[in-house]
Design a protein. Structure first.
Length: 446
């Protein structure tokens, strides 16, 4: 009898240990790979948010329209769309590590191409540099997200991804700070006269040439240094063992995989929601400077508000990750999207400083959206996760298509008696409505 009791106690203890292990977000054996891969989230966050303010910078330096300057976002996020699918195919053929190293190589090349781009003073050259840079980011995101999901128990996968994604805004804040302190505040072309007009517009062609060369070198330097950092990261990962948790499949069928994914309603609607989320995020963070400038703020001061927005974003990402322990993720997504609808309404219809503060506050509601939509979409795709991840990274094309459209609206100056800058935020408002609908549908179907 005593022996039986001991056996039962041991069995219970083993069950407790198994349960505890399953509920652990990060297992000890995966700690070093998790840290290294999570650092990649910070690296592409830096690239994203040092680049967003460049729309405003190039608009002034190159004396181009808001629409044309917004092609920076088209090139940047278009690179994600172009390379996400090839990245997924390479993951099936090779290892996570090899694809990550290839992505870091492309990332570094894109950054270093800013050196000749600045020398030749050609806007199109900068666009090509950003396009190649984001080829690398597409490989990194397509690989890193499913890799993080696989480093531990499936039960904690979404929480683990949210935690890893929390490193993304750390990189973003750093990128914003560098953009403010070392680029926007150093641009001679952004200096204003006492009446608020740009001094740059009053200069002769020869004087403008000198200012343009100075400002393009100011823009170049952080990207060149970033390229060196990326090369160092490539070396570190190259000498570190990274788990290959997925099985290579030399004979996988792309057509059958796509058909399975399209039949998965969670995945199908998740990709659509992600397109609209990325579009909303990039529009809000790109044109917060334009909104603030319309109220009389300088570029550097407006970028300070972008940094505040990112701090809010980061703080609320951790809060949202904690709330997921108690609230259904789809339901939480719906609530946050409704919050975004509310702040966008204030930004559009009330305007002024209150509208600007509401635009900044929108980052609180965007904080959980990308990883949560990602986790919901991939929850039931099984062995198609790498290919499914590619579709979700391709959804970043929303950030390529929507900002130029918003820029085109802003160029109209006035629409229906309202400032075109204010009116343009109708686009993010629509995006949040789509996301709220996705959250509600997924919650009600469970």
């Amino acid at each position: 009898m005593m022996t039986n009791n001991v056996g039962v106690d041991q069995l219970k203890q083993q069950e407790k240990e198994i349960k505890k292990k399953e509920e652990k977000v990060i297992e000890k054996k995966y700690l070093i790979p998790f840290i290294l891969i999570s650092s990649l989230f910070a690296l592409w966050g830096f690239a994203n948010d040092i680049t967003n303010p460049m729309v405003s910078a190039f608009e002034t330096v190159m004396e181009i329209s808001t629409f044309k300057a917004s092609l920076i976002q088209f090139a940047f996020y278009g690179g994600y769309f172009t390379m996400a699918l090839p990245a997924a195919i390479l993951i099936k053929k090779y290892s996570y590590k090899k694809v990550i190293l290839f992505g870091l190589g492309l990332y570094a090349v894109g950054c270093l191409l800013f050196i000749p781009a600045a020398q030749y003073q050609i806007f199109g050259f900068f666009l090509v540099s950003l396009y190649i840079l984001t080829f690398g980011l597409a490989f990194l995101e397509t690989t890193a997200n499913p890799l993080i999901l696989s480093l531990g128990s499936p039960k904690t996968a979404t929480r683990r991804l949210n935690f890893a994604q929390s490193f993304n805004p750390i990189g973003s804040i750093t990128g914003m700070f560098v953009a403010q302190q070392f680029i926007l505040s150093k641009l001679h072309s952004a200096e204003k006269a006492a009446d608020g007009s740009l001094l740059y517009s009053t200069l002769s062609a020869v004087e403008k040439e000198g200012v343009r060369m100075h400002d393009l070198l100011v823009i170049r330097d952080p990207y060149a240094l970033l390229g060196i950092v990326v090369v160092c990261m490539l070396v570190i990962i190259a000498v570190t063992k990274i788990p290959q948790t997925s099985k290579k499949d030399e004979n996988f069928n792309i057509k059958e995989t796509i058909i399975r994914l399209l039949k998965n309603i969670d995945y199908r609607e998740g990709v659509i929601a992600q397109v609209f989320y990325v579009g909303a995020q990039i529009m809000c963070w790109t044109f917060i400077i334009k909104y603030a400038e319309n109220l009389g703020y300088s570029k550097a001061d407006a970028q300070s508000l972008n940094i505040v927005a990112m701090v809010i974003f980061l703080s609320c990402r951790f809060i949202a990750t904690y709330l997921m322990k108690y609230i259904n993720t789809a339901l939480l997504l719906m609530f946050f999207a409704i919050g975004g609808i509310s702040t966008m309404s204030i930004t559009i219809f009330i305007g002024g400083d209150i509208g600007l503060y509401a635009l900044v506050a929108t980052s609180a509601f965007m904080s959980l959206m990308f990883p949560t939509i990602y986790g919901i979409a991939l929850d039931k795709v099984g062995n198609d996760s790498e290919f499914g991840a590619a579709g979700l990274v391709m959804a970043i094309v929303g950030g390529a298509l929507m900002p130029p459209l918003q820029g085109k609206i802003i160029d109209q100056e006035v629409i229906m008696g309202m400032s075109a800058v204010n009116f343009s935020f109708i686009l993010p408002l629509i995006c949040f409505i789509v996301i709220a609908t996705f959250g509600y549908r997924r919650y009600s179907s469970n």
